[in-house]
Each structure stands twice: as structure tokens, then as C-alpha cells.
Design a protein around this ligand. Structure first.
Ligand code: AMP
Ligand code: GLY
Length: 431
């Protein structure tokens, strides 16, 4: 089987790693890619935004499946273009991709199909939005409707901040993503990321992970794409997984089918575990980054089986199994991230870190120049440790992080802290 993988982050390196290990894969190609991916997949040089050219390339190279890592090409309709050309795609259609492409669309699905989520209103004019804010009061959450690279959410502690956020969005700070605003009730609880896979009709749970979005230790400072993850997470145990499937995931997949936009691909639910049960914060139409760097290493089921059953509509015949072991990923970023960061710095001793046991290193922004690894992005490496529990996985991840010699690299030293506090509390209560 011949596959094309699209994307250039740590998530895509994790996908490439799993695909390259599958006995079913005879050739793996990479569009975009990075230094780590290009060691296991052959680079392709078609323009990534020219979907018709990608379709032609796939036909010329007898590609069986295209795996799309990031959301942007899906929201722009890459799956529709490739499928019209007879190429199978792991990733949703443009219509179904609105689950991530429009927060308003997702809220409408939630309200129509009774899916638990924050109370909200959607507005295309500042006047209506402001009236709603004054009526609801603060704290309150103001969101640009469309894709805004994770920056379109303003958590307003005061009414004045919320009103200002509305102006900022309508003044065009987020471009077309801000033609509409969604204003939401501020939910309280612990967040968790939940992953399932759907084939348009059937949907199967994969598992949960926890992300650390803030740059600073103790979950402080500005939001980032994600500074570390772990899986499993005590925030979402087996009983809650069933509740999430029953109240959130299945109604969404059934709802989208009824709406004529059947969902095919990875479905990533950002959840708030509130005192009234799990509520949907947002949907993403892809694996998380860096959630993929902990979930994919835990997959016992061949990723290729997941892809082929999804595209064939036969997920009812597949159970996705995860290994019992825990995984924890520490993201290493260039100094300055998430603001302006240094570029082109040298990373030493990466090969020694990669050789350590119970460790996997996923590249997000690297390039190899001669024998030297260089950092080319904001988030640069995802260092995943594996172990019998979170504590062991954490120790393995940090051992590898400390082996890497990269003076311009930064990382959080507390990835996993919530889970470890709970592990400790449970141990105390048991003794
Ligand atoms: P989103 O892109 O919608 O997931 O929002 C980004 C982050 O903002 C989430 O991961 C939450 O930490 C926070 N957030 C979004 N919506 C809410 C809400 N209604 N209540 C509390 N926190 C929220
Ligand atoms: N780590 C969060 C995301 O991928 O959206």
C-alpha cells in the first residue's frame, strides 16, 4: 500500500512513525514534512495549496490513501477535491470540517442535537454581541468564529474586556475568521482532549489525553499550540469515556449524517469536565498536536487498519486498542516562543537521546544540514517517554530532554503535574 502524508509538525512525525512501522505500507511519501519525517518518508515537492496538482501527483504515483494531518487543508476542501479524483482520503469533507472551521456551526449542531456545551450566542454585528454580553455579565468567553490558529478565544474576566474583544474581532484582527463572534458561558472544570474516529456512520473511541497549553510552569502565561501532553489521563476515566461517547460523540456523528455532511476521520473533542458532567468546548477535525505524540505510540491497533476501515465505512468491525502503558510528551521550543523566536540554532546530541530506551523523539521544526540538526520552528521537538505509569513516562521523557544539548531550547519542567498530584493523593488515601 502506498500512502501520502500531508503536514509538517510533530503530529505528522508521529503519524509517519506509525505508518512506516505498519507491515501493510510499501511506500510512504511526505508533502511538507520536516527533518524527522524525511528520514522515514520520501519528500514530495508539489505545491501544498494546489489540491488539483496533489490529485494528479497521487494518480501518477498510485497512491492508495492520503492522510491529512492539519486542519487548514481539510477546511479548504482537500478531501472533496481528492475524492472527486478517485483518491481515498483519511480526513473529513469540507462540509464536515466546519466542525472546526466554524464555532457557530458546531454550536448549532450541539443545540439541535442536545449535546452538552456552554450556553452561547452567535452574532454578526457588534451591537447584538454587546447587548448579549451586558445581559449575561462577566466573566464570559468571546470567540472569533473561524480558524484563528488557537488565538481567537478571549477569556474576559470583566464586561469591559469582553466588549473590547468584540470590537477587536469585528475590526478584523482575525481576518475572515472574525466575521462572526460566538459568546459563551465560562465553564469551570478540568480540560481533557478526547479522540474518536468515525466513518460517516459508525464511530469508535480511541482514547483521551491531557494537554498543557500555557507556556509557563503551573499552567501560567500565554497560550501556545501545546507544551506537553500525557495519556491516559485521570481527568477522563473509562466510565467517563462511555458518557462522552453517549452524550457528545455519537449524537454529533448521527447529527452530521442527518445534516448531509457525514463525518469521516479523526474527531477530537476538547472537553471541560464540569460538575454537571463533560461538556464540549470545541471540536477539532484531526489529531491534536502534541496529543498525537502520546496517543499514537499507545496504539496497539495498526493505524493503517483504522484508516482503511474509516475509508471503507466498516469501523463497526474494528475496535481500537491502546497499550496499557502511559506516555508523556515534553515539547521543546525555540527561545522566545510563542512570541518571536530565535531561528536556525544548533541541536546537539539528538541521536544519543533518540537511542535511549522507552523514548521517542518526534520532530516538529527541524532540518538536517550536513551532520548538524537545526531548529527551524517555534515548537521544535516532542520528546515522548513511555512507562508503566505517568511518573515513569515522565522520568523517561525528561531523561531524554536532558540528554539533548540545545542551549536555545526551552521546555516546561512540570508536564504531567496534575496527574502526578492525583497519583500521589490516591497513594496517600490507599495507605
Ligand atoms: P477553544 O479553541 O475553543 O478550545 O478555546 C481555547 C481554550 O480556551 C480552551 O482550551 C479553554 O482553555 C478555553 N475556553 C474556551 N471556551 C471556554 C469556555 N466556554 N469556558 C472556559 N474556558 C474556555
Ligand atoms: N494541542 C491542541 C491542538 O492540537 O489543537
Amino acid at each position: 500500500m502506498q500512502l501520502l502524508l500531508i503536514g509538517s509538525g510533530g503530529r505528522e512525525h508521529a503519524l509517519a512513525w506509525a505508518l512506516s512501522r505498519s507491515p501493510q505500507v510499501s511506500a510512504l511519501y511526505s508533502l511538507l514534512g520536516n527533518g524527522g519525517i524525511h528520514r522515514i518518508a520520501q519528500p514530495v515537492t508539489v505545491p501544498a495549496d494546489d489540491f488539483a496538482a496533489i490529485a494528479d501527483w497521487c494518480k501518477a504515483h498510485s497512491i492508495d490513501y492520503v492522510v491529512v494531518g492539519p486542519e487548514a487543508p481539510l477546511v479548504e476542501g482537500i478531501a472533496d477535491v481528492l475524492e472527486a479524483a478517485g483518491i481515498k482520503v483519511f480526513g473529513p469533507s469540507k462540509a464536515a470540517s466546519q466542525l472546526e472551521g466554524s464555532k457557530h456551526f458546531t454550536k448549532e449542531i450541539c443545540f439541535k442535537y442536545g449535546i452538552p456545551t456552554a450556553a452561547s450566542g452567535s452574532f454578526t454585528d457588534a451591537k447584538g454581541a454587546k447587548a448579549y454580553i451586558r445581559q449575561q455579565g462577566a466573566p464570559i468567553v468571546v470567540k472569533a468564529d473561524g480558524l484563528a490558529a488557537g488565538k481567537g478565544v478571549i477569556m474576559a474576566e470583566t464586561e469591559a474586556e469582553a466588549l473590547e474583544a468584540v470590537d477587536t474581532i469585528f475590526e478584523g484582527k482575525f481576518g475572515a475568521a472574525g466575521r462572526r463572534v460566538v459568546i459563551e458561558e465560562w465553564l469551570i472544570g478540568e480540560e481533557a482532549s478526547f479522540f474518536a474516529v468515525a466513518d460517516g456512520e459508525h464511530v469508535v473511541a480511541i482514547g483521551a489525553a491531557q494537554d498543557h497549553k500555557r507556556i509557563g510552569e503551573g499552567d501560567t502565561g500565554p497560550n501556545t499550540g501545546g507544551m506537553g501532553t500525557y495519556s491516559p489521563t485521570p481527568a477522563l476515566g473509562d466510565a467517563q469515556v462511555e458518557e462522552v461517547m453517549e452524550t457528545i460523540i455519537r449524537p454529533t456523528v448521527e447529527g452530521l449524517k442527518k445534516e448531509g455532511a457525514p463525518y469521516r476521520g479523526i474527531l477530537f473533542a476538547g472537553l471541560m469536565m464540569t460538575k454537571d458532567g463533560p461538556k464540549l468546548l470545541e471540536y477539532n477535525i484531526r489529531f491534536g498536536d502534541p496529543e498525537a505524540q502520546v496517543l499514537i505510540p499507545r496504539l496497539e491497533t495498526d493505524l493503517v487498519e483504522i484508516i482503511t476501515h474509516t475509508c471503507a465505512g466498516t469501523l463497526d468491525r474494528l475496535q481500537v486498542k491502546l497499550h496499557d502503558q502511559s506516555a508523556l510528551c515534553v515539547v521543546m521550543a525555540s527561545k522566545g516562543y510563542p512570541g518571536d523566536y530565535v531561528k536556525g540554532t544548533v541541536i546537539d546530541n539528538l541521536d544519543a537521546a533518540e537511542a535511549l530506551e522507552n523514548t521517542l523523539i518526534f520532530h516538529a521544526g527541524t532540518a538536517k544540514e550536513g551532520d548538524t540538526w537545526k531548529a527551524t520552528g517555534g515548537r521544535v521537538l516532542g520528546v515522548t517517554g513511555l512507562g508503566v505509569d505517568i511518573q515513569t513516562a515522565q522520568a523517561n521523557a525528561y531523561r531524554a530532554v536532558q540528554t539533548i544539548n540545545w542551549p536555545e531550547g526551552i521546555y516546561r519542567r512540570d508536564i504531567g503535574w496534575r496527574a502526578l498530584e492525583k497519583e500521589k493523593k490516591n497513594q496517600k488515601e490507599a495507605s
